[in-house]
Every structure is written in structure tokens, then in C-alpha cells.
Design a protein around this ligand. Structure first.
Ligand SMILES: C[S@@+](CC[C@H](N)C(=O)[O-])C[C@H]1O[C@@H](n2cnc3c(N)ncnc32)[C@H](O)[C@@H]1O
Length: 294
């Protein structure tokens, strides 16, 4: 069983923080650790399975919530999304005003073509500040909720998704320092829809290595008897069964693993845009949330 990361923000702090300053951003500043290219797997998902939503959006607004100590992940997200929708607007929101000010100032040194459509401001789960009153179509919160208590996750999801455009999605994502192991919940206005895992196949020993990067809503549930634990065990078993394909490379082995999991009856998304061989080849696998709930 992986050791779940302990919450840096005590349970209930979310609600308490709001009570303390009714007009301020909803949330609590936490460590701002980030890194170049760390969030490329979520960029790729948002510009892939998320693309249709963005293409059809009346207001092509996307929020990078809790971007951390530098502007880099927001700039990279904008770069990926401009290929889908050249007029996309990507706003980095931070609950920490100093980080928001630093990122905004750093934009002045960024070439105009990279900074196009990008801005930064102070805001939290309420999606306030520069985006107050607007309805983003996509929100990414990467490595934000992992620092809160699991008990605060449903409330945070509800607040964010309550501010989304119709059909909009929140990605509640977690990853390792280099972005080689990542997982995220895809959350819509009616609740969580999918769990996506995305791993670098070249150095994967077994799929359950992603357990340490499960979203906060699941990481503490990963104990024998839970559905998420059963899913990871089934994924490891499918990976082991696919071992004869290893000489053809980890990608072929992963493709067989995804098919094997689906054929064993798990609700694997096996069609575009969210699933199927094109996504699997990237080291991704999406399952319906029902596979892991409870
Ligand atoms: C670990 S950093 C993650 C940075 C970046 N997203 C990444 O994954 O590389 C988490 C950041 O989220 C910010 N944060 C925490 N709660 C927040 C909230 N409710 N709204 C906006 N930002 C928040 C923290 O201040 C911190 O800078």
C-alpha cells in the first residue's frame, strides 16, 4: 500500500478560510512546487479529449488553478490549447497573491506569441479575481487538492464545477516531480466522470506505481477491499499477462494491458476521444469513475 501524502491543509480549513474573509479567494496557500513540462500529460489530455469542448465554447476561457511559483505550466497549457483554439484565453489563478504578482510580472519577459491570451491573477476555488462572473470551459487544478484533507475534496469540486460553462470540466490532477506518473479525476457539474492514469512507459515496472499519484479523493481508499485497490491489482495482473509482448516494447505491452483490463469487464474507455488505442499509445488509460467509487 502506498503511503498517502499527508495533507498540508487541515480538514475544514477550506470552509474556515472562507469564513475568515468572505470576499477573498477560497483556499489556502500551500507549497508552490512546480516544474517545466511537469504537467505535459494533462496539457495533452486537455488538447485531445478536451478539445471538442474548447472548440465549441462560446467563451474560450480556461483556468490553470493553483499554478504555483512560476508561470511556466500556464504558458505551456496555453501553447497546447492555441493549436486547438487560437483565440483561447488561459488565466492562471493563485490563492497566493505574491505568486500571482510574480507570474504577471514575469510575462513581460515572455515573447508576445507565447504570452498571447495568457494572464494571471488572484483567485481560488470560487474562480474569482480576473475571471469572476465568467464561466470557464476547462479548469485544471494540478497538485492543488493533494495538499488538502480528503474530506474537503467534494466541497472544492462542487464550488469549482458550479462555476463552469455548460458541459465544462475540471481536471483534479496529481503527478510526480517530473510528470512521469500522473493521474486525474475528470469532474463535471454532476460529479466525477472518469479516472485517467497517464504514465511514462519507458521506465514502468508495474502500473500500480501510479498509486502514489492518485487524486486525493482516491489515495486514502487504496487499501485491500476498495474498488480502486482492485482496479490497480487488475491492472498489474493484465500487465503481467502481457509480459510476452515486452520484446516489442512497453507501448505494445500497455496496449495489450488496456485491452486485457477491458476484456476482464472493467469500464475502460475504449473509443475516441477519451480512450482507445490512440490514447493508450500515450501511456494513458481512462476508466469510468464507477470503477473506483467506493
Ligand atoms: C504544489 S503547487 C502546484 C503548482 C502547479 N499546478 C504544478 O502542478 O506544478 C500548488 C499551488 O496551489 C496553490 N493553491 C492551493 N489552494 C489553492 C486554491 N484553492 N486556489 C488557487 N490556488 C491554490 C498553492 O498556493 C500552490 O502555489
Amino acid at each position: 500500500m502506498p503511503a498517502p501524502s499527508s495533507a498540508a491543509v487541515p480538514a475544514g480549513a477550506l470552509a474556515a478560510g472562507r469564513r475568515g474573509r468572505a470576499q477573498g479567494p477560497l483556499g489556502v496557500p500551500t507549497r508552490g512546487t512546480t516544474g517545466v513540462d511537469r504537467l505535459r500529460r494533462t496539457d495533452r489530455w486537455l488538447a485531445g479529449p478536451g478539445a471538442a469542448l474548447l472548440r465549441g465554447a462560446a467563451d474560450p476561457l480556461v483556468v490553470d488553478l493553483g499554478f504555483g511559483s512560476s508561470a511556466v505550466t500556464t504558458l505551456h497549457l496555453a501553447r497546447a490549447l492555441r493549436r486547438v483554439r487560437p483565440d483561447v484565453e488561459v488565466v492562471g489563478l493563485e490563492v497566493d497573491p505574491a505568486r500571482a504578482a510574480h507570474a504577471a510580472a514575469s510575462l513581460r519577459a515572455v515573447p508576445a506569441d507565447r504570452a498571447r491570451g495568457v494572464s494571471f491573477g488572484v483567485g481560488g476555488f470560487e474562480l474569482g479575481g480576473p475571471v469572476a462572473g465568467r464561466r470557464p470551459v476547462l479548469v485544471r487544478a494540478a497538485n492543488v487538492l493533494r495538499q488538502y484533507a480528503a474530506a474537503d475534496v467534494p466541497a472544492a469540486w462542487a464550488v469549482v464545477t458550479g462555476r463552469l460553462a455548460t458541459g465544462g470540466l475540471l481536471l483534479d490532477a496529481t503527478c510526480d516531480e517530473l510528470g512521469r506518473r500522473a493521474a486525474w479525476a475528470v469532474v463535471g457539474t454532476a460529479g466525477p466522470e472518469q479516472l485517467v492514469v497517464s504514465v511514462r512507459l519507458a521506465d514502468l515496472t508495474r502500473p500500480s506505481e501510479v498509486a502514489e499519484r492518485l487524486p486525493k479523493a482516491l489515495i486514502h481508499d487504496n487499501v485491500p477491499g476498495s474498488r480502486v485497490h482492485a482496479l490497480l491489482a487488475a491492472l498489474d495482473a493484465a500487465w503481467a499477462r502481457a509480459a510476452p509482448l515486452a520484446p516489442w516494447g512497453p507501448r505494445q505491452r500497455w496496449l495489450a494491458t488496456c485491452r486485457g483490463l477491458r476484456d476482464a469487464g472493467w469500464p475502460v474507455l475504449d473509443r475516441a476521444p477519451g480512450g482507445g488505442p490512440r490514447r493508450w499509445r500515450l501511456g494513458e488509460l481512462a476508466v469510468a469513475w464507477s470503477a473506483v467509487a467506493g
